[in-house]
Ligand binder design. Structure first.
Ligand code: TYD
Ligand code: MG
Length: 459
């Protein structure tokens, strides 16, 4: 057998025949890792086991004329969880390979275990390389549910396929891909070559056997662990579970989906008895007693395709030390600096000597540019210590010349604000032109420039 060595970037999965210090694709330094691949025998022993477990020939696919391909909507497995179904694009596709990534301790095992414990009528094999059967049982007791779940604690992929062949499950969970290894590859579990080989074998099995597989993968805060980045290329769907461990909210996002949109989002709340679906995020994210507080502005944001209202909190104070501090939680720091520069230059507020702290309540991380207007409003409100009326919501992106730029899905944002009892909403002028104001009971206030918004809010 003839081994060939290639180098693969652990950040983006790019490969190269020679070692290079810097990845030619993503430009990161020192990310190219050595990988051994078999040259003469492309189907490794474990892949052959995967094919055998699925009962398929090594070569099953044949070329088919495109007109003859049946392309009705793929059947979907209802996961009995509205948030998860939505993020998957309408349920789990049979024969698909899904990666659920997230930082350790965020709740990946909890989410998957609670889901499969409620999946009636399907035989699910839960393979754990991290916890003992007893630990899983204790967790399952907390989560409730009584579906047909088989727990198998094993880390060697060959044994896992042997078990799969004998129990013939409808769905397999691997918790986590970093703990699984195969004898076909020499390196240690969790290494790039192990992860690639194991995932490829699992993919073969999923595709030829029509069995869905869910892989759980850890990523660190910097997203730096080898596995998941490389895995993204192999799997059909990548879901990311995120949130701050100190807060109870968790967001499930799809960042790649061969069977659906990637703009969907699921929201959960971590409780002592598992994750609860949150159907009404706004009601949880807004605090009741914000009346009369300065430095608080409510933004009507959209994450994915879901509108919700969120509290932007700012604290502006005179810098105690020479240089002013800028600190943000849940919002991009560079964007805050840009918005502060706009306030200085276009509206004439002197903030250079001030510390500015910005926080998105609830521990959410928001990327919607429509939050700009509320960030500016919260900063000004704190700076002059004047509260914004509690029944005002806003949405608008702020440009470098202080103009308020249009935002997406304005109707949904307004409807959500109206539903939650807000009475006034500041919207970009450009968006307002397309609206039929008679459709809403909430007062719509179009604004063109930051200065105009400031007048509307603070008189
Ligand atoms: P876990 O699912 O083990 O995280 P991961 O698999 O992503 O590493 O969840 C870990 C945290 O969740 C742990 O700190 C305990 C907490 N938790 C709850 O708050 N409620 C629960 O019902 C369960 C099962 C866990
Ligand atoms: Mg876990």
């Amino acid at each position: 057998m003839n081994d060939k060595t290639v180098y693969v970037c652990e950040e983006c999965g790019q490969d190269s025949v020679r070692w290079v210090g810097r990845c030619p694709a993503c430009g990161k330094w020192n990310t190219m890792k050595e990988l051994h691949v078999r040259q003469d025998d492309s189907t490794s022993a474990v892949t052959r086991m995967a094919m055998a477990a699925s009962g398929a020939d090594v070569r099953t696919a044949r070329a088919v004329p495109v007109q003859e391909i049946q392309a009705d909507r793929e059947p979907r497995i209802d996961m009995q969880d509205a948030e998860l179904n939505r993020v998957l694009g309408g349920g789990l596709v049979p024969g698909s390979l899904v990666l659920l990534g997230g930082e350790p301790g965020i709740g990946k095992s909890t989410l998957v275990l609670q889901t499969i414990m409620r999946l009636k009528g399907r035989k699910v094999l839960y393979v754990s390389g991290e916890e003992s059967a007893r630990q899983i049982k204790l967790r399952a007791n907390r989560l409730g549910g009584d579906a047909d779940v088989l727990i198998y604690c094993e880390t060697l992929l060959e044994n896992i396929f042997a078990e799969i062949s004998s129990v013939k499950p409808d769905m397999v969970v691997i918790d986590s891909i970093q703990t699984i290894s195969t004898g076909s590859v020499e390196s240690s579990p969790g290494s790039l070559s192990q992860i690639r080989e194991c995932a490829a074998a699992l993919l073969r099995y999923a595709k030829s056997g029509g069995v869905s597989i869910m892989l759980i993968g850890h990523i660190t805060k910097e997203g730096s662990l080898a596995g998941p980045k490389v895995l993204e290329h192999i799997v059909d769907t990548v879901l990311q579970f995120e949130g701050d461990q100190h807060y109870m909210y968790r967001i499930l996002r799809s960042i790649k989906n061969r069977f659906g949109s990637t703009s969907e989002l699921g929201i959960y709340e971590m409780r002592h008895d598992g994750l609860r679906q949150v159907d009404n995020p706004s009601e949880l994210l807004l605090s009741d007693n914000r009346e009369g507080l300065s430095g608080v502005a409510i933004a009507a944001t959209v994450e994915g395709v879901r509108p919700f209202l969120i509290e932007t909190q700012a604290l502006v104070s005179t810098a105690a030390y020479g240089t002013a501090q800028r600190s943000t939680i849940g919002f991009e720091g560079r964007r805050l600096n840009m918005l502060l520069a706009v306030l200085e230059k276009r509206v004439g507020f002197k903030l250079a000597q001030k510390d500015v702290f910005l926080n998105i309540a609830g521990g959410l991380r928001v990327t919607d540019p429509a939050l700009d207007l509320s960030v500016i409003a919260a900063v000004l409100s704190s700076n002059v210590d004047a509260p914004i009326d509690a029944d005002v919501a806003m949405a608008g992106e702020v440009g470098l010349s202080g103009e308020i730029r249009p935002v997406s899905r304005i109707e949904q944002r307004i409807q959500e604000a109206q539903r939650l009892g807000f009475r006034r909403m500041l919207v970009p002028h450009h968006n307002a032109q397309t609206l039929n104001e008679k459709e809403y009971t909430i007062e719509i206030v179009p604004v063109r420039r930051v200065a105009e918004a400031v007048r509307e809010l603070f008189g």
